[in-house]
Design a protein around this ligand. Structure first.
Ligand code: HBI
Ligand code: FE
Length: 282
């Protein structure tokens, strides 16, 4: 989950019990039956819904990692499978970590996943990324070699963006792709790859089928000029033609882009520019 939680004030250190890189032991054996039961409930709700809504790399990833629905996965076990496929591993954290820590993990093919799981009475929305959002939502896509490269490139780009004071622009790229991205599937049908959508029962339907939100063809500069909201269904989605296109975006000259962006105002989420490729509502 990408959040606007600004790290105000002096940089804080890792929480008690965490390592210098903010990771903790997952302590898989400490999960209670109730906690495992929440995972099962969330998994069963989503897996059926996503069969014809999530993109093939996501569905293939669920199978490749054997992320079946019988309980909270053991990060060591799924990391060994994931490592063999794309060199990524899943590391446990208590919750949000500072941007520079987050980027360093991504740049080294480590995905930081919250170890806690939401309560049974907050199945539909939570403030911080829990293990279901992170592991069910984000991790399956990391089995795709192209997306795996994109996420590492994003981490490297994040480290650079911080030095250039461009974090807010780069956070929008993460938000409109990794968290809430749509893509063209076989035959041109819209498919979901964003973790914030696949981990949400409501948004998995809304993002593809509701006439209210706009859906625009992906354009890097447009994405970086467009703010987002963190606590409601999105009013705008960007559609990529392929994951390859997304990866190629990261190989562009961001310095030139950042210079151009300095002179351009933000674009409101609800606006449609003449240069936008508006995709017809389903
Ligand atoms: N920390 N654990 C965790 N998970 C995230 O998704 C995350 C984070 N810290 C910062 C962050 N995301 C966003 O600000 C990214 O855009 C960097
Ligand atoms: Fe996320």
């Amino acid at each position: 989950m990408s959040v606007a939680a600004e790290q105000h004030g002096a940089p804080v250190g890792p929480p008690p019990g965490a390592a210098a890189d903010w990771t903790v032991d997952q302590r898989w054996s400490a999960y209670t039956p109730d906690e495992h039961a929440v995972w099962v409930r969330l998994y069963e709700r989503q897996a059926a819904l996503l069969e014809d809504r999530a993109c093939a790399p996501f569905l293939n990833g669920l199978k490749a990692l054997d992320l079946h629905g019988d309980g909270i996965p053991d990060f060591e076990r799924i990391s060994d499978k994931l490592d063999a496929l794309t060199g990524w591993r899943v590391v446990a954290v208590e919750g949000l970590v500072p941007d520079d820590v987050f980027f360093d993990h991504l740049a080294n093919r480590r995905f930081p996943a919250g170890r806690f799981i939401r309560g049974r009475h907050q199945l539909d929305y939570l403030q911080e990324p829990d293990v279901f959002h992170d592991v069910f939502g984000h991790v399956p896509m990391l089995t795709d070699p192209v997306f795996a490269d994109y996420m590492q490139a994003y981490g490297q780009g994040g480290q650079r963006a911080q030095g250039l004071g461009q974090m807010h622009h780069l956070a929008r790229l993460y938000w409109y792709t990794v968290e809430f991205g749509l893509m063209r599937g076989p035959g041109g049908a819209l498919r979901i790859y964003g973790a914030g959508i696949v981990s949400s029962r409501t948004e998995s339907v809304y993002a593809l089928e509701h006439p209210a939100p706009h859906r625009l063809g992906f354009d890097l500069e447009r994405v970086m000029r467009t703010p987002y909201k963190i606590d409601d269904l999105q009013s705008l989605y960007f559609v990529i033609p392929s994951l390859q296109t997304l990866l190629e975006v990261t190989q562009r000259d961001f310095a030139g882009l950042y210079t151009r962006l300095r002179g351009l105002p933000d674009v409101a989420m609800e606006a449609i520019l003449p240069t936008d490729e508006l995709i017809a509502a389903p």
